[in-house]
Design a protein around this ligand. Structure first.
Ligand code: ADP
Length: 174
């Protein structure tokens, strides 16, 4: 059987899945990094819908259409900015993954692709972030058979290698 959690290298804007996740900021009005790439590829209709949402709190998520993207939906989640670990960053990051998957389930999505939330300009340490992501996704999938497959879409080799390590550790029961 195909594994339900997969790590791939690629550009999330090109994935034809039910939902891609956007590592957004709290305004939901676009930004740099993966957020900018998603808005550019989806077209101005995405920003127009985002304006109607009136922002989003860190760790929560909101869903929109995918417009010109091959994905049907975009799930927007503002990840935590890393301040050293004493401001609830780890719990907030886990909450991002959980909130996105709950929205995916509620909207009938079977395939969901995530970028590496918070590890770009928000500076969350990659080794910690990848373990939190894989653990949270795995725990969610165990109770939710309606989601068939979740992929981490990694933009660079270092990110891919961190998520592959985190997944291997989980599978080895470490
Ligand atoms: P954050 O503000 O949450 O840190 P960033 O967009 O700065 O978000 O970075 C999150 C991750 O997304 C980084 O690993 C970055 O390399 C990656 N990224 C940037 N563009 C894309 C893309 N088109 N597809 C997938 N990942 C991307």
């Amino acid at each position: 059987m195909e594994k339900r959690i997969q790590i791939i290298r690629g550009d999330i804007t090109r994935q034809a899945v039910d939902a891609i996740v956007n590592a957004a900021n709290c305004s939901l009005l676009g930004g740099g990094g993966v957020d900018g790439a998603i808005h550019r590829a989806a077209g101005p209709e995405l920003l127009a819908e985002c304006r109607t949402l009136h922002g989003c709190e860190t760790g929560k998520a909101k869903i929109t259409g995918g417009y010109r993207l091959p994905a049907k939906y975009v799930i927007h989640t503002p990840g935590p900015v890393w301040h050293g670990g004493g401001r609830g960053e780890e719990e907030l990051l886990a909450s991002c993954y959980c909130s996105c998957l709950e929205l995916a389930s509620e909207n009938g999505c079977r395939t969901v692709d995530f970028p590496s939330i918070s590890t770009g300009v928000y500076h969350f340490p990659l080794d910690k972030a990848s373990r939190i992501a894989i653990k949270t996704i795995s725990a969610y999938l165990a109770g939710h058979p309606e989601i068939e497959r979740v992929r981490m879409v990694c933009f660079d080799a270092g990110t891919e290698s961190a998520y592959l390590t985190a997944l291997a550790e989980l599978e080895a029961g470490l």
